[in-house]
Ligand binder design. Structure first.
Ligand code: SIN
Length: 522
């Protein structure tokens, strides 16, 4: 096997990975590995914006309280404090690197989103905030000659030895490379693609969570999946996000009979927490026997809509929907995973030399439900922290001592990977989705065992490698969802519709010889 050496390895090129690279660049050589082109990440598609307490009417303490409230009692307060306190500095730094956020006159323009008690969402080019962040961070990364990018490189597994991580096995153009590094930062983003309905791009297949799990990392809060209430529902159209900022600017929800309904479910109506809005939509869909509800912007000023949401306006128009004149068919879709690789507030995992940041990680900042637009900020703040911590990490052993894992040759494949992928994603949507029930969760978890044979194969193609990761993450989510007998935040069970007595515990999962072991922790 070909070997290569670098000081720092970053896996993933969204906001967290790039911010970590910027922090690491002055300390040595850095390689940023990504399985697609560098800009292809959830960051690139983020619309609504980035929450930060920078407006005259806002305070860090209020952002802190709102985040805790959305997290429904399960946030780690220390991590939330770091997020809201360091957030303003990270944003000002980004502006100094050239980020152009939208302004009202000469002042930054802050918008409203659900569960925020102040207007605190910065946005760029109306509804292309993530694209602007990705542009600025990639430009900044390019200014460091010490950072190289390896695009179209799939990370198969981490190189682990004696409880330490020493880099990763990477597949580039069908060739396996052992890429040794002093410290490794996982920043691979989320796992929305394990659901058949998702806002996430095709790259979000939970790879980082799966490879960390195989390496022995501790995972936390895997049952908490956030479903975005308003995703385009039109037969020929993609599952395109209609930003919550639209409801922040006054858009309303109607069922297929044209009736408004949100006030019946929550006093904040359209701006209730996302889990409440998603469940309300599902209940209206069931009541009216329909596949969707509508988002209505027709009462808003036409030019305002076009200027404020140019990307959404143009995309919907491509599918013959003029959002300024017509009701837009929407239904919920999987959007964000609150759980992930358990880290401390410096991005350190339980494996020495392995750090994680962004959606792949679980710092506890989101608790059981993420406050809208907190994730880009999390990527910036904890990406920088993970980079800083990785820079200071001292390698525990020399590369020569490490025993490499040689994968067996591929056995002849006698199954259709695409068919399994399709069935699994559908199963997750139907059984481990917005509304869950113990019996069906337990059956689903058991049923997934029928696909375990895919782990016996050594694949080299991206879609097949992704299938293994999708299956691993699906099993982990289903396992945690079975274990949490109670409803809290985004995890709702019809057989336990209320909080259980012991609801304040977190569920951690870890690999055991065969299968998964769990523990409840405070
Ligand atoms: C949105 O624009 O609605 C998504 C923002 C987020 O999920 O934080």
């Amino acid at each position: 096997m070909k070997k290569e050496k670098v000081d720092f390895l970053i896996i993933g090129s969204g906001v967290a990975g790039l911010r970590a690279a910027i922090e690491l660049a002055p300390h040595g050589d850095v390689i940023v590995v990504t399985k697609d082109r560098p800009a292809e990440s959830s960051t690139e598609y983020a619309q609504g914006g980035i929450a930060v307490a920078l407006s005259d009417e806002d305070e860090v303490g209020i952002h802190y309280e709102d985040t805790l409230k959305a997290g429904d009692g399960l946030c780690r307060e220390e991590a939330v404090r770091v997020l809201v306190e360091e957030g303003p500095e990270r944003i000002l730094e980004l502006i100094s690197w050239g980020a152009e956020f939208d302004k009202e006159g000469t002042k930054l323009d802050f918008t409203m989103e659900a569960a925020h008690s102040r207007k605190r969402i910065l946005h760029a080019h109306g509804d292309s905030t993530g694209k602007e962040l990705e542009r600025v961070l990639l430009k900044k990364v390019r200014s460091f000659p010490s950072v190289r990018k390896y695009p179209f490189a799939f990370t198969e597994d981490l190189i682990v030895y004696d409880d330490g991580c020493y880099g990763a096995y990477i597949l580039i153009g069908g060739e396996r490379i052992a890429l040794f590094a002093k410290a490794t930062v996982l920043a691979t983003g989320g796992a929305g693609q394990i659901y058949s309905r998702t806002t996430n791009p095709a790259v979000s297949t939970g790879d980082g969570i799966a490879i960390a799990f195989r390496a022995g990392a501790i995972l936390e809060d895997m049952e908490f999946i956030q479903f975005h209430p308003t995703v385009l529902f039109a037969p020929s159209a993609p599952q395109f996000l209609l930003s919550e900022a639209m409801r922040g600017e006054g858009a309303i929800l109607r069922n297929i009979n044209g009736e408004i309904f949100m006030k019946k479910y929550h006093p904040d109506a359209e701006l209730a927490p996302r889990d409440v809005v998603s469940r309300a939509i599902i209940s209206q869909m069931v009541r009216t026997k329909s596949s969707h509800v509508y988002l209505d912007l027709t009462h808003l000023d036409v030019n305002f809509i076009k200027n404020r949401f140019p990307r959404i306006y143009a995309t919907c128009l491509q599918y013959d929907i003029d959002i300024t004149k017509e009701l837009v068919p929407v239904s919920p879709a999987a959007h964000y995973i609150m759980g992930g690789i358990k880290t401390d507030i410096f991005g350190a995992t339980n494996i020495k030399g392995l750090y994680a940041a962004g959606e792949v990680a679980c710092t506890g900042v989101h608790g059981a439900n993420r406050l809208a637009s907190n994730s880009l900020l999390e990527g910036l703040v904890f990406g920088a922290r993970a980079g800083e911590a990785a820079a200071g990490y001292e390698l525990q052993t020399s590369e020569e001592k490490i025993k490499m894992t040689l994968k067996p040759d591929t056995i002849k494949q006698n199954f259709d990977a695409e068919e399994i992928r399709h069935s699994l994603r559908k199963l997750m949507w139907e059984r481990v989705g917005i509304i869950r029930c113990g019996e069906s969760l337990a059956n689903t978890r058991e049923n997934m065992g029928k696909w375990s044979f895919v782990f016996n194969y050594t694949f080299k193609k991206r879609r097949e490698l992704e299938l293994q990761n999708i299956l691993t993450v699906a099993e982990l989510i289903a396992e945690a969802a079975v274990l949490r007998k109670g409803s809290v935040g985004a995890h709702y069970r019809t057989d336990y519709p209320h909080r259980s007595e012991d609801w304040e515990r977190h569920i951690i999962l870890r690999k055991k010889e065969k299968g998964i072991t769990h523990e409840f922790i405070k």
